[in-house]
Every structure is written in C-alpha cells, then in structure tokens.
Write a protein that binds this ligand. Sequence first.
Ligand code: ZN
Ligand code: ZN
Ligand code: ZN
Length: 375
Amino acid sequence: MTGSPPAPFTADDYRARMERAARAAAEAGLAGLLVAPGPDLVWLTGYAPTAPTERLTMLVLAAGRDPVLVVPTLEAPDAEQAVGAPPLTLRDWTDGTDSYAVTAALLDKDGRYGISDNAWAMHVLGLQRTLPGSAYASLTDALPMLRAVKDAAELELLAAAGAAADATFEEIRTVPFAGRRESDVGRDLADLLRRFGHAQVDFTIVASGPNGANPHHEVGDRVIRPGDMVVLDFGGLKDGYGSDTSRTVHVGEPTREEQKVHDTVRAAQEEGFRAVRPGVACQEVDRAARAVITDAGYGEYFIHRTGHGIGVTTHEPPYMIEGEEQPMVPGMCFSVEPGIYLPGRFGVRIEDIVTVTGEGGRRLNNTTRDMVIVD
Ligand code: ZN
Ligand code: ZN
Ligand code: ZN
C-alpha cells in the first residue's frame, strides 16, 4: 500500500477530510491533531512515505489554520508530489537540525493534541520534551468515528475489494484440501488475492480441525485431513481499501453436530446482519448474533466481538461489541463475523463485510453461506 497514492481521490476530497478532522478535534477539546505516517495520514492526504523511517514525518492539523506536513528534507520531493495541493504546505527539516523544534513551532505551548496511535514513542517523547506544557491523547480514542463513514467512492473501492475476496473464495473451494498443509492452502489464498487485484495481503487464516477452535491461529504445518472443518479467513488491501471475509468449509461429508454448529453460526450471522440499521447502536449487531448462539447452547464458545470496521485498514472502529452505543450511520462499513470455537475439536466462523444504507445493511461479500464441501 505504501508508495503510490491508494485511491482516485482529488485534492478537494483531501482538503475536506482535513477540515473535517480539524473541526472534530476542536469539538473534542483538542488544540489539533498530529498525524504520523499510516492509515490516518493516507486517508487525510493520500501520502504514504515509501519507507517510513525514524526521521520525523508529521501532519499538523488545527482548526482555522492551514495544515502543515513536517517532513525530512530528503523525502520532501516525494511528499510534495503526493500532497502538493494547497492549502497543505510542507515544512522540511534536514539531518542535524531539531525536528521537534520545527514541529513545536507549529503547536500551542500548552495545547493538548490528538496523536496517531502508530506515532513512534520517541517522537511523542521528543515533542513532550520540547514543549513540556503540551499533552497528547490517542487520536483513535478522541475521534473514533473520524474515518468510519465512507463516501461513495470509498464504498465503491470497498465493494471491489469484497468482490475480489469473493472471487478468491470461489477459486479456493475448488483446490484440494486433504493431504496438503494449511500453509499450502494459505499460499494459494495469498496468490489468489493478489491475482484478483490485492496489492497487500494482510492475513490468510487456514485453521483446520482443532486449530479452528483457536480464532488467532493463522496457518501452520498441520496436514488437512478428510473430516476436518477448515476456517478460512482472508483479506488485505486492494486499491488502498480493505477486504476481510470468512467461510468455513468441510473436507467431505460433515457430521450432524458439525452441520448444526455451522447452521447456528450461519443463523447468527444472518441475525447480526438484520440488526444493521441506521440509528441503531452498534452493540445491537453483537447482541442479535450472540443471542442465536447462546440460545443454541454455545454461548460460552463465542469468544470474540461480532465485528470491526474496515476502510484503509482491515481493522478499525466502529466495533460491534457490547457497550458500543455509537449509532450506525449510512456509509459505515464493518464485519459481521460470529463464530463458535469448540476447544480441541473444531471452529466455525462466517464473516461478511456489511455497509449501512438508509434502509438496513448491504453485504459486500456474497459467496454462499451454506457449508461448502471441499476435497
Ligand atoms: Zn468433520
Ligand atoms: Zn476476517
Ligand atoms: Zn474480520
């Protein structure tokens, strides 16, 4: 994702985003925002340094002032090209000079700033040392919904990423599973995601048999066997926007219990999806999906939240979790991905990316949610 600008957005789009972010910061009682290279900077400016280094790069946003991007002199030409449009100006600093002093000159002496979660600690400490009266807060904590509501162009890119992930599933269900290692199927998934246009593969989970009961398992050397349930969960970035989908397949005919668990997760996923409606709290999606699993007697085996937002990253706010009272807004995009994990035995997860529309939810993943039998 680094290198070229990720998406066909115009200087006006970026200007509007920067203005909105600065305004939201002011409303949140912050003097401004400090944005390090990473998803927030890409979203706000289109700029992703080719190789972020320890040299300080930081966007300074404050309501009523023109945004300034502090960059190392040697990266200024690239930055200039990526974000050359006014009102964003560049302030470069050369090796041997104090990058924190350059940045501090743009800040209020006693200001409290929201700073990117992925800013390097050494930079936060350097700024703090230079401006002892300043304070820093997590940008994501302060403005969790900053990137949550997608515009039409972003939705198109997310839908295209979802379609590419669906095409990946349609291919992977035809490859042999039994007798191959999880890592072999994982490599197939990565190759397919790239073939269907992903520039970045973030994860390719192939969790067979008992490994499926561990939601954090990625791929291992386990050889897949007939009778295994296999959780597949894969995604990455295509044209700067994320995909993330899960389907659970079975090698050969499933047992009645396996079918029942799969049907339960499928029904939970459906109920979670049906709970998607503007104005309804995010936690209702979790409650709706969880109720199905709890009623079927598997409540203690659904051990994670029901979903997470997606955009220029594959995991971001909003989160579909008990306690998240943020109402859903048209344009939000997030996963609905309940699962059941039976320790030592098998797991099932079914995941679609869903966007909120005026009437309800619209799925960006549309492969079958029936249990697929693989060879
Ligand atoms: Zn089985
Ligand atoms: Zn996933
Ligand atoms: Zn997910």
